[in-house]
Design a protein around this ligand. Structure first.
Ligand SMILES: Nc1nc2c(c(=O)[nH]1)N[C@H]1C(S)=C(S)[C@@H](COP(=O)(O)O)O[C@H]1N2
Ligand SMILES: [Mo]
Length: 428
């Protein structure tokens, strides 16, 4: 303890111990309560309640903590995990979108997608290597990168496989977060990748940058050089603190608005090349066979999407009356311009309020007050982005993409409210 803190504590103590023993304090407390009862009897119930002392006001609270944790009363707000038992460390965990409000995802609840677990990296032993079509092959330690000028960028990261149960024949019954929570939104801070590419002298023939992580999967992908020289970020910080191990500590790529697989975590290697590497995650995965028989490949940008997070399945409307409708919309193409809400299964739509500031490639919170009349009804939301793209209905998405899809599902989501106030996932 510092001297000044000690002095502070001592004077506090002498002030209160002068005459106040615990017994005397107890006497005073009881005395006040007994004497106060007569006065309180004449008061309205709310005033009476306001004058009563809640238990946590009767003794000092908990001490300081070095790193804060959520209230124990919020212990149900967690990432739900789906691990692949066949491949060690392969799987995912969802952000519980249905339990959160606003637009930023707390770091401990950022969704996770790992192909081979979370490497435990000592930053002192980690380097980023740049090689291939550069004038100079260079490597950078984490401490080196921390000395470069930094920028901050808020954006969502969404896995291209998010919401993929929407392709199922029958609607999956699960909380909104477990259906659509492979998406999270953070403020990322780090060094613009363009600065480092310039430092190495990128060759004009370089068309692709092949990025590889330092996990046991050595996961790699190919990034078009335009995006790499554009807003790609070498992120070191996430919502103000250093990255969490599960989100790429000590260094990850962040490619705003593009599907999550490109935001390579635990970034170790960037190779400049004329061709993509044709990695597993850009051939066998994150591609889809279209009705024409051709496959869609390198579809990087996340199209506009939205989901109502409150009320949503697993939640319950106690009785007819007013309820806030609240949800999230996002688009990899820029700003969300409009979110409409329907409470009659898409027959009529009303514009929701958008929480400001509305930022490009970020979660955008929409809200609408709604009065439930106690009848069964279907709630939907529909996002429009700055390009004029409107989130499609499920039949429209299936007509365009066919039934072989697994990735990039962004159709309108429908929640049915039953007369008993329960909610379920339906296709409308
Ligand atoms: N090195 C490495 N980078 C990776 C992955 C991985 O398994 N290894 N998963 C990718 C996928 S598929 C996604 S969707 C995002 C998930 O980022 P997050 O776990 O921080 O949410 O990281 C990407 N980067
Ligand atoms: Mo992903």
């Amino acid at each position: 303890m510092h001297a000044s803190e000690e002095a502070q504590t001592e004077s506090d103590a002498s002030r209160s111990t002068d005459q106040e023993t615990p017994a005397r304090r107890e006497f005073l407390r009881r005395g006040i309560t007994a004497g106060g009862a007569a006065v309180l009897a004449g008061l309205a119930p709310e005033s009476r309640a306001a004058a009563a002392t809640p238990q946590w006001m009767t003794r000092p609270g908990q001490p300081f903590s070095n790193y804060g944790l959520p209230s124990p009363h919020e212990k149900a707000v967690i990432r739900l995990i789906a691990a692949n038992s066949a491949v060690s460390g392969n799987g995912l965990s969802w952000t519980p979108l249905h339990d959160l409000e606003g637009t930023l995802t707390p770091n401990g609840l950022h969704f996770e997608r790992h192909h081979n677990g979370v490497p435990q990296i000592d930053p002192a032993g980690h380097r980023l290597y740049l090689h291939g079509l550069f004038e100079r092959s260079l490597s950078f330690g984490v401490d080196d990168l921390l000395r470069y000028p930094m920028v901050s960028q808020q954006c969502f990261i969404e896995c291209g496989g998010n919401s993929n149960s929407g392709w199922n024949e029958e609607p999956l019954q699960a909380p909104a977060g477990s259906l659509h929570g492979l998406a999270s939104c953070s403020e990322w801070t780090g060094v613009p990748l363009s600065v480092i590419l310039e430092e190495c002298g990128l060759h004009p023939d370089a068309q692709w940058l092949i990025a590889e992580g330092a996990d046991a999967a050595a996961m790699n992908v190919s990034i078009p050089i335009g995006k790499a020289r554009g807003d790609a970020l070498l992120a070191l910080y996430q919502n103000g603190e250093r990255l969490r191990p599960e989100n790429g500590y000590p260094l990850r790529l962040v490619l705003p608005g593009w599907e999550g697989v490109l935001s390579v975590k635990w970034l170790r290697r960037l190779q400049a090349a004329t061709e993509p590497v044709m990695a597993r995650n850009e051939t066998a995965r994150y591609t889809e066979l279209l009705p024409s028989g051709k496959a869609r490949q390198f579809t990087f940008v996340i199209e506009a999407k939205s989901v109502i997070t409150r009320p949503s399945p697993g939640q319950h409307l106690a009785a007819p009356g007013w309820y806030p409708i609240s949800g999230l919309a996002w688009s990899g193409r820029g700003v969300i311009k409009r979110v409409e809400v329907s409470t009659d299964g898409g027959k009529s739509w009303i514009d929701a309020n958008l929480q400001t500031p509305v930022l490009p490639r970020c979660f955008t919170r929409f809200r609408l007050p709604w009065r439930w009349n106690g009848e069964s009804c279907i709630l939907q939301s529909r996002a429009t982005d700055e390009t004029g793209y409107v989130q499609p209905t499920r039949p429209a998405l299936i007509a365009e993409r066919g039934r072989h899809g697994y990735f990039h599902y962004n159709a309108i989501v429908s929640w049915e409210v039953s007369e008993d106030g329960s909610l379920s996932h339906v296709y409308a």
